[in-house]
Ligand binder design. Structure first.
Ligand SMILES: NC(=O)c1ccc[n+]([C@@H]2O[C@H](COP(=O)([O-])OP(=O)(O)OC[C@H]3O[C@@H](n4cnc5c(N)ncnc54)[C@H](O)[C@@H]3O)[C@@H](O)[C@H]2O)c1
Length: 284
């Protein structure tokens, strides 16, 4: 159902690769809610993925941009303002990539050149985006910027690897820049910490399907889907959340506040029963 929450607003959505992408669902919902949008991704992802099909469906422009390049960001903001005939109301940063995860390097054997690239693309790009937008005065007063995060920023999750460090930095940038942009222009900056979701990036995480199941059992409301995340983003872009800024907002079915649930305990105790005859062999 549409509520016209973004009627007349203009936004840039980064990170839709294919129809599994969270950004894909956000783009569809934003247009449904009356927004005019520009879609962006790297030139390579545009070539390899399905972004042009989405743009055709939503009747919107695509501008290629490597979010770790300040030059590309400058060009994107200038072209977007020209296209819209003015400033931008909202931006979604839905960008993540870990080179060490791709190359299967464990956290205690990281390649630091790869790590620099991971941090640059997954976290520092958020600072670059905000700093470039501010220098060009590209975002309208009371605008809204959202980046997507994961709870591994605060707690250790086996297999999440260096992305945990990237997400911690991402959330910190939202707070630090949120202060400056809020004070000067009333622009709000938040991160949404999303449940594990089956997407191209998500499936790169070691043990992802087990994590998805664990998280589903632990969350009283179940995992939040990409569609749930899109709905939350829309509310954050709308005028209904004008005083929410510098926050990390959990969209996770309650997972972040559960220590142990009945459904997860059930699986845990069942496998313990299976192992009872063998207890002396359990070492971790
Ligand atoms: N899927 C999950 O389980 C999950 C959970 C919590 C948070 N997130 C976060 O959601 C965001 C979106 O990921 P997704 O799960 O939709 O996967 P996805 O693979 O569909 O999206 C990741 C996007 O990042 C883009 N990207 C990579 N390098 C880039 C660069 N240099 N410049 C611009 N774009 C670049 C990719 O092209 C891709 O479109 C990421 O920040 C991810 O960490 C995902």
């Amino acid at each position: 159902m549409a509520y016209n929450l973004l009627k007349g607003k203009k936004g840039i959505i980064f990170g839709a690769l294919n129809d599994l992408s969270i950004a894909w669902k956000v783009a569809e919902r934003a247009v449904e809610e009356g927004a005019e949008i520009i879609l962006s991704n790297t030139a390579m992802s545009i070539r390899m993925g399905d972004l042009n099909a989405l743009a055709e469906k939503l009747n919107c422009k695509v501008i290629a941009c490597d979010a770790s390049s300040v030059e590309d960001l400058e060009n994107l903001f200038k072209e977007s303002m020209e296209h819209f005939g003015g400033q931008i109301d909202f931006i979604l940063h839905s960008i993540g990539m870990s080179v060490n995860v791709r190359k299967k390097r464990p956290y205690d054997d990281l390649n630091y050149e790869y790590m620099k690239k991971t941090l640059d693309v997954s976290a520092i790009s958020f600072h670059k985006l905000l700093q470039t937008a501010r220098k060009l005065d590209a975002i309208r007063d009371w605008g809204s910027v959202v980046a997507l995060s994961y709870i591994a920023a605060q707690r250790t999750f086996y297999g999440y690897n260096e992305m945990a460090d990237a997400k911690s930095m991402l959330e910190s940038i939202a707070r630090s820049f949120g202060y400056i942009y809020g004070r000067d222009k009333k622009i709000r900056i938040n991160t949404i910490s999303q449940s594990p979701t089956i997407t191209t990036a998500g499936q790169g995480i070691k043990g992802f399907m087990d994590l998805l199941d664990f998280s589903e059992r632990m969350s009283p409301l179940g995992n939040a889907t990409a569609e749930d995340c899109a709905n939350y983003c829309i509310v954050m872009f709308s005028d209904l959340t004008k005083k929410v800024t510098m926050q990390n907002l959990f969209n996770d079915g309650g997972f972040s506040n559960v220590g142990m649930s009945w459904r997860a305990m059930n699986v845990y105790s069942t496998s313990l029963d299976d192992m009872k005859h063998n207890m002396d062999k359990i070492v971790d």
